[in-house]
Design a protein around this ligand. Structure first.
Ligand code: ZN
Ligand code: ZN
Length: 351
């Protein structure tokens, strides 16, 4: 395996998802680009004269919080892009789909790249020795065609090295589906799904409406789903004042009870109102890593960087600082997971 590590940056984009992976070739592979106003757009604009090449932009689905920044990126940077991967997640003629698709099409017509469909079995990247790879494991063609809403057909992308599955990006899939797709080989790090508010995790309102039996059954299923996922860590990319009440504290607790360490990009009301109110950042991961800051929200972990070297994932050096700061919060939802308690930072985070 080559000495150059893979650099995986989970960006703080507010409410939305965006991961920028720097490949050993120095080209970028981007999984979701975040919403309109995504810091990725500013970051690329500021580096207009640098020789940045984007090997691929992969959209898990075309919802605005994952794909909204695509039109701006295509408009300004299509000549730097070598491939776009997307899928059909709503009616072909739906205005929202057309908006994303047409902007992608502009670069294809210009001869800059080809658009390909996100579908299981596809390899997005593989290192020379075929040790490490990024590939798509969901959806299959039939699953994509039969899905009744965009989240249901979210692509699932995984980073694997040798026999190990290191990171999984299940987009906005339901928790039970994500678990079924990933359970045969659980990932070390799980992104989301759905900003910590998987749509099959009942909201307070739904809990009230549901019969006790239904609710109990659902909770048993969700617990089994998280158990099967066995993630050591979850990165929840979430916006401070999002309208959807993401993340659901119950889901974070479930992850933590199964041994996962939970890290959120931004601080939300479920952690602390005061700091949100005064926009007092816990840790500005983006600034520390030289990435663009999110235009909205109060960062908790902010952006997070992981390195893949010799088949092992190594987190950036700001984890411990973040834990220390989180312990000052009133109701820290972050890092409730195994091994951590107030004043007892974890000595080692390496996978
Ligand atoms: Zn979505
Ligand atoms: Zn989303």
């Amino acid at each position: 395996m080559s000495d150059t590590p893979l650099e995986i940056d989970c960006w703080d984009v507010g409410q939305g998802d965006c991961t920028v992976i720097k490949l050993p070739s120095a080209k970028l592979l981007i999984i979701d680009v975040g919403p309109r106003g995504s810091p990725l757009v500013d970051w690329l604009n500021e580096r207009r004269h640098e020789p940045i090449r984007i090997e691929a932009i992969v959209l898990t689905h075309n919802d605005a919080d994952h794909a909204g920044a695509l039109p701006s990126i295509i408009m300004e940077h299509k000549s730097r892009i070598e491939g776009i991967w997307m899928l059909l997640d709503r009616e072909v003629n739906a205005p929202h789909f057309q908006k994303i698709f047409r902007s992608a099409l502009e670069g294809e017509h210009g001869g800059f790249y080809r658009i390909r469909r996100v579908e299981n079995g596809q390899t997005l990247w593989e290192d020379e020795t075929r040790q490490s790879r990024l590939h798509v494991i969901y959806p299959g063609f039939s699953q994509n065609i039969q899905a009744t809403d965009p989240n249901e057909t979210s692509g699932v992308i995984v980073l694997e090295s040798g026999e190990n599955r290191l990171v999984a990006w299940p987009g906005d899939l339901e928790l039970r589906t994500a678990s079924a797709v990933l359970a045969s080989k659980p990932p070390w790090i799980l992104i989301g799904p759905h900003h910590g508010g998987p749509s099959d995790y009942p909201t307070k309102a739904v809990r009230k409406r549901q019969s006790t039996d239904d609710l109990r059954n659902r909770m048993v299923e969700l617990r089994a789903a998280v158990e099967a996922l066995r993630a050591s860590r979850a990165y929840i990319s979430v916006g401070t004042k999002n309208r959807y009440h993401h993340p659901r504290p119950g889901y974070l607790r479930l992850l933590a009870s199964q041994g996962a360490r939970v890290v959120c990009s931004q601080l939300t009301f479920c952690c602390e109102r005061e700091r949100v109110h005064y926009n007092a950042h816990v840790l500005q991961g983006s600034a520390l890593l030289g990435l663009g800051p999110a235009r909205t929200g109060t960062s908790c972990r902010g952006s997070m960087r992981l390195f893949l070297r010799d088949g092992k994932l190594i987190p950036d050096e700001f984890d411990l600082v973040h834990i220390e700061r989180v312990s000052e919060l009133l109701r820290p939802q972050c890092l409730r997971g195994a091994g951590w308690s107030r004043g007892n930072p974890l000595p080692n985070f390496t996978a």
